[in-house]
Design a protein around this ligand. Structure first.
Ligand SMILES: Nc1ncnc2c1ncn2[C@@H]1O[C@H](COP(=O)(O)OP(=O)(O)O)[C@@H](O)[C@H]1O
Ligand SMILES: [Mg+2]
Length: 262
């Protein structure tokens, strides 16, 4: 059923009128002499799910951090929903409020209940009233499969449950897009699946997602396109099947070989 829906969605994605949501044009980023992103051109459409792959240090996290304005870019232009991300103050805060981010470390507030973790930002940043925020938290906890954990504290939860709360917390802001930076890398193997399942459902619901991950099964089954970074450059970009079976660059083929045979 889900796949049928996905295919419908995919069709709409090839619609020429589909709006690009994220546009990187000649984006460059350096830390001192270390050029970390080189002339990145990338367009991500509304509803697309992209996996960003590459070895450690290739610039994946930096690219995500530039997309939500956590890092400033040194050259080129980067827009989200037509808005430039190299802004400051209120404009930046408003842009960030529309972008959900999930990190490897779940970063929940340890002294707050799960429910409070989820309701805090909508109430503080968006002025949502408490009753509505709690109702939304309840729905989101159901969506990520842990409705019974509303009054638990993060320390009472497994890593997989904490990461699902982190996803629910990001969704509570009704983001335009979701960025994931190795969301399952800190998890025990038995908990990876439950987090990836939530992410798959999210992709199937049409959320625009940019996911840095080494989970190539997820990439293969869920994402629309893989972007492979090497030394801060996009050296390969295409549908997962093409990436896994017919990568053009030697670096990408080497990466695929390593990851598939381990
Ligand atoms: N805040 C920072 N200050 C200085 N160098 C950084 C910073 N963040 C990342 N780098 C450098 O940028 C390069 C790419 O890092 P990163 O984007 O984290 O790669 P990846 O996520 O692919 O492992 C690395 O050489 C890293 O050392
Ligand atoms: Mg990283």
């Amino acid at each position: 059923m889900l796949y049928g829906r996905r295919i419908e969605l995919k069709k709409s994605l090839t619609d020429p009128e589909r709006t690009p949501l994220i546009e990187l044009r000649g984006v460059t980023k350096a830390f001192g002499d270390n050029v970390v992103l080189r002339d990145i051109d990338l367009t991500i459409g509304t509803g697309e799910a992209i996996v960003v792959a590459g070895i450690s240090g290739s610039g994946k996290s930096t690219m995500l951090r530039c997309i939500n304005g956590l890092e400033t870019i040194d050259g080129g232009s980067l827009t989200v929903g037509g808005r430039r991300v190299d802004v400051t103050g209120k404009e930046l805060a408003s842009l960030r409020a529309d972008i959900g981010m999930v990190f490897q470390q779940f970063n929940l507030f340890p002294h707050m209940t799960v429910e409070r973790n989820i309701t805090l930002a909508p109430m503080k940043v968006k002025g949502v009233d408490e009753k509505a925020a709690k109702q939304r938290a309840k729905e989101l906890l159901e969506r990520v499969g842990i409705p019974e954990k509303a009054s638990a504290y993060p320390a009472d939860l497994s890593g997989g449950q904490q990461q699902r709360v982190a996803i629910a917390r990001a969704l509570a802001m009704d983001p335009q897009l979701m960025l994931f930076d190795e969301p399952t890398s800190a998890l025990d193997p038995e908990m990876i699946r439950e987090v990836l399942d939530v992410m798959r459902d999210l992709a199937n619901s049409g959320m625009t997602m940019v996911v840095v991950t080494h989970e190539m099964g997820f990439a293969r089954e869920v994402c629309d396109r893989i972007v492979f970074l090497d030394g801060g450059e996009i050296v390969e970009e295409g549908p997962p099947e093409e990436f896994f079976t017919a990568a053009r660059s030697a670096r990408a083929r080497e990466f695929v070989d390593k990851i598939i045979h381990h």
